[in-house]
Design a protein around this ligand. Structure first.
Ligand SMILES: *Cc1c(COP(=O)(O)O)cnc(C)c1O
Length: 375
């Protein structure tokens, strides 16, 4: 077993949901738990949150079925819709909601015979240009969808922002206005329209006019800011009033003296300018910590920051502990967590915080804490 551990502080998730309820008091909350709940563990996160949120959003049918298999009864939405090989009878059997973004999906629904109509979210492309019907020809598709006997009425309408994390970007307001205009057109078309949603985390926190009837927070559920690190007052989850749930940590396995001028690690990309002590930590890119981090990236040991030196190896990371150190083998080393924001590590390394938390490997053991006071 590896000493690289991902510790998840579950009560932080509750704190974050409470924060969403204050920020978007008139909207319901769809907790986005795709990609193993952004690396936080799909099953444990969903089980812990099931009483607290109104529904769950996933990206894959398998993720939805996993939630049903552990007894989650809330609505579950397939955010990318059903895929060409997915069976509509499975959606029906497990009461899964689906996004409908393409004409081929309407054709499939048209042919599907069922006594239990499927709840659908018609997706309109307001500018992301990834999935969804474009405004100009969406109404006939919406009407065709409404004619399908396999489709429950009313029909919900969704869209997605492409740049809502850039708080000064006027494109978000344009997307919002397009969404609004489409909702008006949809209402006039005679199709019964139900729930509406466009905001993910950044819409929730920066664009209050975008809340509609459902908000869909993902990254912020885990206490991480969706905004770029230079965004004043919004750089970290903590600044947004959130509590980060994840701590990535391991331990020091060797403290060793190191001579001035000597290099360390593969290709000796760093040489020490002084005689010092190095700490070797059992954490590497095999655990999901990125290999290409600049020397100087901090690691927290006993509450103090130490700079990473040399290249990250598959299983190890080296830090410069300084000439006189009290750090010893067995001491805990934190790579990110409430006191060393993952957003800061993202900013230093050029990765996004989304990427850092979702690409940890399964060698890192997930470990859950339920006590109410975070470290
Ligand atoms: C992933 C996703 C979200 C959540 O986005 P965050 O930025 O993590 O809050 C919301 N809606 C859709 C359609 C998504 O794919």
């Amino acid at each position: 077993m590896s000493v690289a551990t991902v510790e998840i502080h579950l009560p932080a998730l509750l704190h974050n949901v409470a924060c969403f309820k204050r920020t978007a008091p008139n909207s319901r909350i769809m907790a986005i738990v795709k990609a193993n709940a952004y690396g936080h563990g799909l099953v444990e996160v969903a089980r812990f949150l099931q009483e607290q949120v109104d529904s769950f959003g996933v990206a894959r049918l398998e993720e939805a079925l996993q939630l049903r298999s552990i007894g989650i009864e809330q609505p579950i939405l397939l955010l990318e819709g059903f895929f060409p090989d997915d069976s509509l009878s499975v959606l029906e059997k497990y009461h899964l909601q689906t996004v409908v973004h393409s004409p081929w999906q309407i054709e499939r629904l048209k042919k599907f015979k069922t006594k239990h109509p499927i709840s659908v979210w018609f997706k309109i492309d307001t500018g992301m240009h990834r999935l969804g019907f474009c405004f100009e020809d969406a109404i006939p598709y919406l009407q065709a969808l409404a004619k399908c006997h396999s489709v429950a009425k009313p029909i919900a309408i969704s869209s997605h922002f492409c740049s809502a994390d850039e708080i000064d970007n006027p494109y978000t307001q344009l997307q919002h206005d397009t969404f609004d205009a489409f909702l008006n057109a949809a209402k006039k078309s005679g199709v019964p329209i139900g729930e509406t949603s466009i905001a993910a985390s950044s819409g929730l926190f920066a664009w209050p006019q975008s809340h509609y009837t459902w908000v869909r927070p993902g990254i912020s559920l885990y206490g991480i800011s969706p905004f770029p690190y230079h965004t004043a007052g919004k750089a970290t989850g903590t600044q947004l009033g959130l509590l980060p749930a994840m701590t990535l940590k391991s331990e020091v396995i060797s403290v060793r003296p190191h001579r001035k001028g000597e290099g360390v690690g593969y290709n000796q990309i760093w040489q020490s300018s002084r005689t010092t002590q190095l700490g070797v930590i059992a954490m590497g890119y095999g655990d999901g910590y990125p290999r290409d981090v600049p020397c100087g990236t901090p690691v927290l040991i006993n509450g103090m920051r130490y700079p990473i030196v040399g290249r990250i190896s598959m299983d190890m990371t080296v830090v410069d502990l300084g000439p006189k150190t009290i750090i010893k083998e067995g001491d805990e080393a934190i790579f990110w967590g409430p006191l060393l924001p993952v957003e800061e590590i993202a900013a230093i390394t050029g990765f996004s915080a989304y990427e850092l938390v979702t690409t940890l490997t399964n060698r890192t053991t997930l470990f859950y804490k339920t006590d109410s006071i975070p470290d």
